[in-house]
Design a protein around this ligand. Structure first.
Ligand code: HSE
Length: 309
């Protein structure tokens, strides 16, 4: 195999109560990439369509993640990377993670899988460090492993894959403003009270238990964020209205996707998800603000092969 084309999924990080430690991969929202083995050493971004992002390897998230992978693999040649972006940068659905994860997953395939999927996460995290100044794993881990992933610990890195309830669907509404993850991290408080922490870890435990038990009501009750949402929601136009529209339309829960400005809602079943999407859309339609809506199942596998040569 000399060349591989892959689908690189969008992801929802944080999922309300799991700031920096929980994320999930989407099924039908994502980018494509083509990675080609070369005799020439090093990594080159040979094509980048859909977004205005750096082409220099050291300034591109896929380039940086790929360089770390290449060095660790000991491979003597190199790779050319083509990136076809559908996910907008600064959308809150893991644009940089899709590129970093896609690059290292594809390179690993081309070299005959020298690394297990979990071992690819640290390489992809370097792309996140370049994009947001912090090597968070809550987008790249689900992008690489699929489904829901809990980052139980960063040092040492310890990730737990969580089963996906069969009927769970995600709705993502992306108001078309750009919020840089690095900026939306700087506005967060660096300490929380014990009272707030108790609420947050109660919800995180509840959410993980709800996912394991396919208990949709428990999942819904646990989708609360007492730490990040009160601050970041200020950056999102109409946040309160869109969230209440989603909840009134039957969402299990609704919150900020990653660092925003996208909002996500979870639903039991596709029909419910489509109704929720409609209700959320109805809030933005009269406002002179462009937005995109996605309704997606959960992606159980992460980055996927489309074709090979
Ligand atoms: N956990 C990260 C943050 C995700 O919220 O800053 C960024 O997509």
């Amino acid at each position: 195999m000399e060349e591989i084309r892959v689908f690189c999924p969008a992801t929802i990080a944080n999922i309300s109560c799991g700031f920096d430690v929980l994320g999930v991969a989407l099924d039908n929202v994502g980018d494509e990439m083509v990675i080609r083995k070369t005799k020439k050493k090093g990594i080159r971004i040979t094509r980048l369509e859909g977004q205005d992002l750096p082409l220099e390897t050291e300034r591109n998230v896929a380039g940086v993640a790929g360089l770390a992978f290449l060095e660790a693999s000991g491979h003597q040649g190199g790779f050319d990377i083509e990136i076809y972006k559908s996910i907008k940068a600064g959308s809150g659905i893991g644009s940089s993670a899709a590129s970093s994860a896609g690059a290292v997953w594809a390179m690993n395939e081309l070299l005959g899988r020298p690394f297990a999927p979990k071992q690819l996460v640290p390489f992809a995290m370097l792309g996140e460090k370049l994009a947001s100044e912090v090597a968070h794993a809550d987008n790249v881990a689900p992008a690489l492993l699929g489904g829901f992933v809990l980052v139980r610990s960063y040092d040492p890195l310890d990730m737990v894959q969580i089963p996906v309830p069969k009927e769970l669907h995600a709705v993502v509404v992306h108001p078309q403003i750009e919020v840089k993850t690095s900026d939306s991290r700087k506005i967060l408080r660096t300490s929380v009270t014990l009272t707030t922490a108790i609420k947050q870890w109660g919800n995180l435990g509840g959410l993980v238990a709800g996912l394991f038990m396919e208990d949709y009501a428990l999942i819904g009750r646990s989708l609360e964020d007492h730490i990040v949402e009160p601050i970041r929601s200020i950056l999102i136009p109409g946040y309160g209205e869109v969230k209440s529209a989603a909840m009134q339309a039957g969402a299990l829960g609704c919150g900020i996707s990653g660092s925003g400005p996208s909002l996500f809602a979870f639903a039991k079943g596709q029909e419910a998800a489509l109704n929720i999407a409609k209700a959320m859309t109805a809030v933005y339609e009269p406002i002179a603000l462009d937005f995109e809506v996605h309704v997606s199942k959960i992606n159980p596998t992460g980055v996927k092969k489309i074709s090979t040569l």
